[in-house]
Write a protein that binds this ligand. Structure first.
Ligand code: FAD
Length: 474
């Protein structure tokens, strides 16, 4: 006999677990199956984000940034701390505690909202059925009117060039778990994950070399902002080499040797550890998706329509597994929107207002179009850039590096994008997201008061420059 549910969600990451909770809140009898097992053999909800992605990386970025500031900045404030020492085991333990507190919280949320949380794997059987196999091997068939695939993504393994060995050549999860700071760290890929992880270990003392096949840095970011960000990161000691095409990596007992070509020249570098951070691929392993008729795209993503419906009636998909921006908040919004659609509500995710952040120091954040993208899309563009150099708050914080650039349509004054590098732009970008969501003009924001002294004034400064009312412009 199968157990009957209204909604079964396969995958309990940022896309799956909010979908399950919202579905239950809306009156559906809901189960959420999640396969994640941590390295200490404990299962946990929260997916990549909480266990091996967003949260542990931000915990280590915070700790390592504190080390950097204690070493390089405290003295300017007149604070002497002597030689700064790092207890990496303790730093790692704190990281794990932060993750566990949050993944434990999901269990509590499931209990509170009456979602049946199941640890194990889910496999599509067709005809509205899912096989649930618990980690101890027990199987059970669940029936559901609505089945949601939220199985996320996994790191791309360059199996022919630099295969993961879990020791010298690692993926992003392995790179969050080093027990020693590598003296020489190589990273393949200068994308968001590569530069974040490179920053962590560089601040803790590693000599970091990042090999990037593309000719430029973060091509989706406004060129002026990515250029400035690169300057700051390079100044901090990250050696980022562009146009560097890795052809092979061999792990030996003492080092990993990486061969690559740059400017037509074959080169070799040795590292103690190598992180491969070249992107993520959809995870449909063991799901039996195609066998039950769920169509995948050429790149293996689950194909969905604007309402997250797959090619099989009653089966839906959200999050990284459907592609687009592979970001936790994008998955959350899709999961919640889908649950509400199943309940008959009219909800929609605005893909033109998805913020992106790189949590380096200074941070890099953007939403909407860059100047280059806006021009390519046919807009006549007006831009304004506010500098943190002019911010009293940023100066008081000793973090006066960075710029916020506003890109607007010259004819309608509507804000098209905001791209930024600077202190806490991860937080400041929220105001830009609201502006885009409400289709604000620069005049709308120009007339809004911003607290003084605050970092948000720099956004206001950029807006005032576009709007022609800047009083701080030279
Ligand atoms: P996932 O989080 O991958 O969750 C999918 C879940 O489904 C997993 O628990 C998996 O075990 C489970 N599953 C898979 N197959 C099955 C099955 N057959 N049965 C049952 N369960 C199954 N994003 C941000 O927005 N901000 C950040 O700062 C950020 N930092 C990151 C840092 C790193 C190092 C990495 C790797 C990623 C980061 N991301 C960040 C991306 C973010 O983690 C993902 O976008 C997000 O986790 C995707 O959510 P999801 O629910 O779609 O998939």
């Amino acid at each position: 006999m199968s157990e009957q549910y209204d909604v079964v969600v396969i995958g309990g990451g940022p896309a799956g677990y909010p979908c399950a909770i919202r579905a239950s809140q809306l009156g559906f009898k809901t189960a959420c199956i999640d396969a994640w097992i941590n390295k200490d053999s404990t299962p946990a909800f929260g997916g990549t984000c909480l266990n091996a992605g967003c949260i542990p990386s931000k915990a280590l970025l915070e700790s390592s940034e504190l080390v950097h500031r204690a070493q390089h900045e405290f003295a300017k404030h007149g604070i002497g701390v002597g030689d700064v020492s790092v207890d990496l085991a303790k730093m790692q333990a704190r990281k794990t505690e932060v993750s566990k507190a949050l993944t434990g919280g999901i269990k509590q949320l499931f209990t509170a909202s009456k979602v049946t949380g199941l640890f194990g794997t889910g496999k599509l059987l067709g005809n509205g059925q899912v096989e649930y196999k618990s980690h101890d091997g027990q199987t059970q068939v669940l029936s559901a009117k609505h089945i949601v695939i939220a199985t996320g993504s996994e790191p791309v393994n360059l199996s022919k060039i630099a295969p993961f060995d879990g020791d010298r050549i690692v993926d992003s999860w392995g790179a969050l778990d080093f027990t020693e700071v590598p003296k020489r760290l190589g990273v393949i890929g200068a994308g968001v994950i590569g530069v974040e992880l490179g920053s962590v270990w560089s601040r803790l003392g590693a000599k970091v070399t990042i090999l990037e096949a593309l000719p430029g840095f973060l091509p989706m970011v406004d060129a002026a902002i990515s250029k400035e960000a690169l300057r700051h990161l390079t100044k901090q000691g990250l050696d980022i080499r562009f146009g560097a095409k890795v052809s092979g990596a061999k792990a030996g007992k003492k080092a990993v040797t990486v061969e690559f070509e740059q400017d037509g020249k074959a080169q070799t570098e040795e590292f103690d550890k190598l992180i491969v951070a070249v992107g993520r691929r959809p995870n449909t392993n063991g799901l039996n998706a195609e066998a039950v008729g769920v169509k995948l795209t050429e790149r293996g993503f689950v194909q969905v329509d604007a309402h997250y419906k797959t090619s099989v009636p009653g089966i839906y998909a959200v999050g990284d597994v459907i592609g687009g921006a592979m970001l936790a908040h994008k998955g959350i919004e899709e999961g919640v929107a889908l649950a509400e659609q199943l309940a008959g509500h009219h909800t929609q995710v605005n893909y033109n207002a998805v913020p992106s952040v790189v949590y380096t120091a200074p941070e890099i954040a953007w939403v909407g179009l860059s100047e280059e993208q806006a021009k390519a899309a046919g807009h006549e563009v007006k831009t304004g850039s506010g500098s943190f150099m002019a911010s009293g708050r940023a100066k008081a914080m000793e973090q006066a590096a960075g710029t916020i650039k506003v890109i607007s349509d010259a004819k309608t004054d509507r804000i098209l994008g905001v791209h930024a590098v600077g202190p806490f732009v991860s937080e400041l970008i929220a105001e830009a997201v609201v502006a885009l969501e409400f289709a604000a003009t620069t005049e709308d924001i120009a007339l809004i008061m911003h607290a003084h002294p605050s970092l948000s004034e720099t956004f206001h400064d950029a807006i005032l420059l576009v709007d022609g009312r800047a009083v701080h412009a030279i």
